[in-house]
Design a protein. Structure first.
Length: 157
């Protein structure tokens, strides 16, 4: 049995403790915004927040997140808006992704958005060096210049 909150909702799942969080989210809860990429925590497509910090869910067993707060791409705008029902439907990072036309194929982008959201929560005005150190997600389409541009637009906003 695993108990944790996902996007503010308590979840009690009858699953093996070693099951990766990625598969609990996708297969047990139907939250398919979190993607499987490499399975070894290298690409970042599976990035979610655990208590606000970016975590690679493909290598995080559910036993390691017992009782903690998980935010997925599906819940990011909810968390950004708080309890304000008149808040926008997107987080600031999601809107910047649209404004700067960041994604091409889009497969890696939910993980990238989660990683960037975590970075900006702790460092609202990151330098290029900060971005390079923190955002290690892989994008095969090579949208990195637009990612950087979107991050800098949020830092100056």
């Amino acid at each position: 049995m695993a108990t944790f909150k996902v996007n503010g909702i308590e979840q009690d799942l009858d699953i093996e403790p070693q099951m990766p969080l990625l598969w609990a989210l996708r297969d047990e809860l139907g939250m398919t915004g979190t993607k499987f990429g490499c399975g070894i925590a290298s690409c970042g497509a599976c990035t979610v927040h655990v208590n606000g910090s970016a975590v690679r869910s493909c290598v995080t067993p559910v036993s390691a997140i017992e009782g903690q707060e998980i935010t997925t791409i599906e819940g990011l705008a909810m968390v950004a808006a708080g309890a304000n029902p008149s808040a926008p439907d997107l987080s600031a990072v999601q809107q910047a992704w649209i404004d700067h036309q960041v994604p091409q194929c889009g497969y890696c982008q939910s993980g990238m958005i989660m990683a960037v959201s975590s970075l900006l929560a702790t460092n609202p005005n990151p330098s290029d060096v900060d971005i390079d150190k923190s955002i290690t997600n892989v994008c095969r389409c090579g949208s990195y210049p637009r990612v950087r541009k979107a991050i800098h637009s949020l830092a100056t906003a």
